[in-house]
Design a protein around this ligand. Sequence first.
Ligand SMILES: *[C@@H]1O[C@H](CO)[C@@H](O)[C@H](O)[C@H]1NC(C)=O
Ligand SMILES: *[C@@H]1O[C@H](CO)[C@@H](O)[C@H](O)[C@H]1NC(C)=O
Length: 446
Amino acid sequence: MNRHYASPKGTAAYPRGSSAFLNGFQPRSQPALRRRRQLFQRLILLGGVSLLLVIFIFPSWRAAILPALSLGLFHPAADLHLQTVRYYDLSEVQGTERGWERGERVLMLTPLRDASSHLPMFFSHLRNLTYPHNLIDLAFLVSDSRDDTLNMLTEMLQELQNDSDPKMAFGEISVIQKDFGQKVQQDVESRHTFQAQANRRKLMAQARNWLLSATLRPTHSWVYWRDADVETAPFTILEDLMRHNKDVIVPNVWRPLPDWLGGEQPYDLNSWQESETALALADTLDEDAVIVEGYAEYATWRPHLAYLRDPYGDPDMEMELDGIGGVSILAKAKVFRSGVHFPAFSFEKHAETEGFGKMAKRMKYSVIGLPHYVIWHLYEPSLDDLRHMEEMKQEQEALEREEKERQLAAQKEGQMKSQNVAAAKGSDEGPAAQPLKDAGKGSSNK
Ligand SMILES: *[C@@H]1O[C@H](CO)[C@@H](O)[C@H](O)[C@H]1NC(C)=O
Ligand SMILES: *[C@@H]1O[C@H](CO)[C@@H](O)[C@H](O)[C@H]1NC(C)=O
């Protein structure tokens, strides 16, 4: 019956067997379809119930799930993807010489360790930066700190982001916490310090890599490393360095000194050019050895960026470097994206920032220093300096006491003399007054 009803005109053209198969299949397929449909309905019901459960049990997921659902109801399927899939064109974030005009984002990274005393100064620098703050994302690594760094940082960040001037607030801010077992350096013999130096640098390298890899986003064109203990730097430092359009660039870093120590001094000796002597030395060293600059143990005779400074030199003058220091580094984000990092092992006999410079060079990136563009590191007196300063203070006080006594003596003498002169010649002011003037400004004669 079914067969006749279903047979259109052309049925006769089909072989009988085929027709029989078709018709014979259909009746049996009906319950199967129904079962499948029921299964689907149950699955959908089950899915709906679990979704509701999830939404009520994990309220934090609501934000993620509800918009996706509502979008799914009102828009074609393609829009559903927008919520969870992001597309980035990294050719747009290469970094150019006028990044501030093109809206290029900078990731500014600062490792902190027992730094609470430096934070007010650091935040003053942040506020003074002329690069558009909304284009700068800040990231801090707080590690191995025994002081109040973290709490203070949190407070100051809230204050900064809540400033009444809307131009003051920065972009995204990340605070990362992780200890690396960096021990507080005790006052030990200098030889020991020299050996401890390599280990310290390797730990510091790890800290930098953690901070960077946790916070670098596809939106960043530049990465700026800046230490918290910089005392003086131009407000335009980001633009000044960026204008050179180099892959890696550092300023010269000096520090002010008290007058008795000469007034100023090169600070960062990690920025240098490779020398034949140093290469020959490196060849003689163990594979795991790390050369650290500024110690007599390794006389490398390298040209240091710091020593090439001329206070009247052109601040835009460039110098090719191999190793660099970490106080203030501006680098294109692509340098890190392509795998250059801070080696926490001996890379060409160097670690951390010096190893970073060498690795960037190996990957054919430009590594540049500016000998006459200077920023100033905070001067923190060493124990020796403090001792010396205490001695000088005592000497100074002794001198002042002596001076006072001499003045008093001179005063008395002068009074006696002038009394004598007055007695002899009346009130005439004569050469007798001279010694009083020589006695200095404390003179009670005036
Ligand atoms: C920031 O700018 C203000 C005003 O010019 C200045 O007083 C302050 O010293 C600057 N801060 C730093 C750290 O240079
Ligand atoms: C933000 O600033 C306003 C006033 O400018 C102040 O009332 C508010 O308490 C501040 N909020 C925080 C979290 O500091």
